[in-house]
Every structure is written in C-alpha cells, then in structure tokens.
Write a protein that binds this ligand. Sequence first.
Ligand code: SF4
Ligand code: SF4
Length: 104
Amino acid sequence: MDTVGGITKGGLDWTPHFVEVINTEKCIGCGRCFRACGRDVLSLVGITEEGEIVAADDDEAERKFMTIAHPEKCIGCEACSRVCPKDCYTHAPLPLPAAVAVAG
Ligand code: SF4
Ligand code: SF4
C-alpha cells in the first residue's frame, strides 16, 4: 500500500504517522499534547456530569479531555504522542488515495 511520505533535510525517507484517535477514557486533560502540537490540530473540551460536551473552562465541566478538532492540519510528526503520559494516541500512515481526497 502506498502511503504519504516525504524526506528529511538530509534526503532520508520519512513516513508521517498522522493522528487517528485519542483515547478519551484514558486522557487526564493535562494539555501536554496541545502544547507540543504546532499545527492547531487539538482542542481541550470539558464534559459535564450528564455527558454534555462543553468548553474546557466551563464551570459545569466535571472533567476534561483532548479531542482532534482539525485532523486535516496534522503533519504526522507524533510530537503529541511522545509527550502524552497516558499513552492515549493512535497514529497511522495515510494511504495515497485518502491523501488526494483530503487535498481535494
Ligand atoms: S502528529 Fe504532530 S501535527 Fe499531528 S496532532 Fe500530533 S503533534 Fe500535532
Ligand atoms: S497528553 Fe495525553 S493525557 Fe494529556 S491531554 Fe493530551 S491526550 Fe490527554
């Protein structure tokens, strides 16, 4: 299967692993991944006792977790995953036809 690839500055092959899923059950809402991501992909949200998703700073938020707000901006660097203390992230290479669909 052909996937989206690139090269490093030194001409070495590099395969991006794009963010696919954040395990919101394991997430503790620490925000480390948000600070590590330079691409505006992630967004911290809150959830109320009734299960309603609200702004992270909402007084009704019982707990917070990270979400993938803008997957189309991800460059597959995996910085978010490296700083996550709870191993919440799943990443994967992007098949080429899907890449064309995203670009279009
Ligand atoms: S893989 Fe990189 S660009 Fe994508 S969400 Fe994680 S830190 Fe951001
Ligand atoms: S670093 Fe991990 S635990 Fe912390 S907010 Fe991000 S996904 Fe959640």
